[in-house]
Ligand binder design. Structure first.
Ligand code: HEC
Ligand code: HEC
Length: 350
């Protein structure tokens, strides 16, 4: 009897162990087809060219693993995905300003990461003009990851998982900063959002309600000169009239160019997935889309030096605001937000 009981419990333990060790490998299912880039219909030619960084499954997986690995931060506590959360289109939901290493608070709202290959510069002020070098910024920033590239490379070379991932990706044993950055760019570059209801509507695969149609019409006349379709940005820097936050005193593009007229201008953000990337603006000052529309709808809100094209927005009625918001919500791309190719490969224990 006793032996029987022992046998049964051992079998149970055995089953348990098998279940625990049989963790599904989320990278297993990624095939070449999943990472092949074709320019979406109606989109301009991208600024970032994958011909100079040939896509491969192994490089993409290396880039994705790095993106989600705390190893890039000094005390192994922060990864890119800490601030860039997939379910929020890789923005940081509900945080006005970014939160980094040692619980330090940054000075800007975390932008969504999407359709980056069509951008000609990055950050709210366009301070970085190359997708491949962009990650150096958060890695070395003392309030984001506070690490050095040199030390990251030392850590990666000591880690047998990375020795193997780099070898699979590059077919030799060299681990260097160029490979680190290029593989990260394969991951960030493929974060492409083009499957919203808006896209389906434009491709005649979905219909809009009367309110959404009306919202689109209003949007085209009042907003699209800056938030230009299909990317919902014209990649320019503008002053959209929001008042200067005197505590942050962020001069925006002016800080980069030193040109006075660039002060308080910021890169026009894309409005794709805007429903779930709140709070809004470079400093996260608005929590809701209605607050954003209340701002645009009242010229007395505007800071002097606002872009004059804002004047043609004029006063918006509550119905017009509601219609524009209904339209903006059609830009949510659930397939992108829950796309397994981009999801965190680590199992995290809290
Ligand atoms: C502590 C939070 C934090 C971490 C960690 C972080 N970021 Fe960011 N990221 C931000 C903020 C804030 C900005 C906007 C910065 C600015 O405008 O000055 C940004 C901007 C970006 C942009 C530019 C997006 C655009 O459209 O202009 C990219 C790309 C990006 N991050 C990728 C990464 C990668 C890759 C990593 C990891 C190596 C990373 N980030 C780590 C907070 C973070
Ligand atoms: C003159 C150009 C311009 C026009 C016109 C314009 N915007 Fe903007 N919009 C901007 C800029 C620039 C920002 C970022 C400002 C900042 O953060 O300082 C912005 C930010 C936003 C944001 C917040 C985005 C985010 O990720 O935080 C929303 C939402 C928005 N605009 C919607 C609209 C709507 C709706 C209209 C039309 C009623 C409109 N905009 C008209 C330039 C413009």
């Amino acid at each position: 009897m006793k032996i029987n009981k022992l046998y049964i419990s051992l079998t149970l333990i055995g089953i348990n162990i098998t279940f625990l060790s049989f963790k599904e490998d989320p990278n297993k299912k990624i095939t070449l087809k999943d990472i092949t880039f074709t320019n979406p219909k109606g989109f301009p030619k991208p600024n970032y060219n994958f011909d100079n960084n040939k896509l491969s499954v192994e490089k993409f997986i290396l880039g994705k693993t790095l993106f989600y690995d705390n190893i890039l931060s000094k005390d192994n506590s922060v990864n890119c995905g800490t601030c860039h959360q997939q379910f929020a289109a890789f923005a940081h939901i509900d945080h006005k300003l970014s939160h980094g290493i040692y619980a330090k608070i940054g000075t800007r709202n975390v932008p969504a990461l999407q359709n980056l290959i069509w951008k000609d510069s990055y950050m709210w002020d366009g301070g970085v003009n190359n997708l491949e070098v962009q990650p150096i910024n958060p890695i070395i920033n003392p309030i984001e990851m506070d690490e050095t590239i040199e030390n990251v490379l030392i850590k990666l070379k000591k880690d047998s998982t990375y020795v193997s991932l780099f070898k699979k990706a590059y077919k030799d044993t060299i681990i260097n900063s160029q490979r680190l950055l290029k593989s990260l760019a394969q991951f960030t570059g493929l974060l492409i959002s083009v499957n919203s209801r808006y896209d389906k509507y434009m491709n005649k695969k979905d219909t809009f309600s009367i309110s959404e149609k009306n919202g689109l019409k209003l949007f085209k006349t009042k907003c699209a000169n800056c938030h230009t379709e299909p990317l919902f940005t014209d990649n320019s820097y503008r002053n959209n009239g929001i008042k200067i936050d005197t505590l942050l005193n962020d001069s925006g593009r002016g800080k980069i160019t030193g040109i006075e007229k660039d002060n308080q201008t910021f890169k026009v953000p894309s409005l794709r997935n805007i429903e779930i990337t709140y709070p809004y603006m470079h400093d996260g000052r608005y929590k809701t889309l209605l607050q954003v529309l209340n701002h645009y709808s009242d010229t007395t809100n505007f800071e002097k030096n606002e872009d004059t094209s804002l004047h043609k927005i004029g006063h918006l009625t509550l119905v017009e605001k509601t219609d524009i918001i209904a339209f903006l919500k059609t830009l949510t791309d659930r397939a992108f937000l829950y796309d397994k190719r981009f999801s965190d490969p680590f199992v995290r224990y809290n």
